[in-house]
Structure formats: structure tokens, C-alpha cells
Design a protein around this ligand. Structure first.
Ligand SMILES: [Zn+2]
Length: 74
């Protein structure tokens, strides 16, 4: 998949002026009308934050288990 294809996959057509805009854009760069992004940027940020938090919790749990094993508590 070339760079052209990548760009092509991320293009939406502005419903107001019919020109091409990228799907992460909130407004058309040509006519400044509101666009509906394919995905919500704040949603992606939230998912990333939750995933990070999950990894921290899992990591802490794993470390706790290893420490307990090493200390022969479990
Ligand atoms: Zn437009």
C-alpha cells in the first residue's frame, strides 16, 4: 500500500462544496463548513488513556505477584 492509497483512504468529500478533505478534519479547508469526522479524536485519546491505565494496573499486579512469590508469601 503506497502513500497515495493511504491518503485516498482518508479522504472524505465535503457535503457542502464537494471538494476533498481529510477524514480527521473537523471543518472543510475550502468552505469552512462542518464535517463529520470518521472517528472521534477525543474518543481515541480516551481509549489510549484507558489502555495505558490497564497496562499500569496489570504491571503492578504482576510485580506484586512476583514479589510475593520471591518472598514465599504465596
Ligand atoms: Zn467544503
Amino acid at each position: 500500500m503506497g502513500k497515495r492509497d493511504f491518503v485516498k483512504n482518508h479522504i472524505i468529500i465535503c457535503p457542502n462544496c464537494g471538494k476533498e478533505a481529510l477524514d480527521h478534519m473537523q471543518e472543510c479547508p475550502f468552505c469552512k463548513s462542518k464535517l463529520t469526522p470518521k472517528y472521534n479524536v477525543s474518543n481515541i485519546k480516551l481509549v489510549k488513556r484507558i489502555r495505558l491505565l490497564l497496562w499500569i494496573v496489570l504491571g503492578a499486579l504482576a510485580i506484586t505477584l512476583i514479589v510475593l512469590k520471591v518472598l514465599n508469601i504465596v
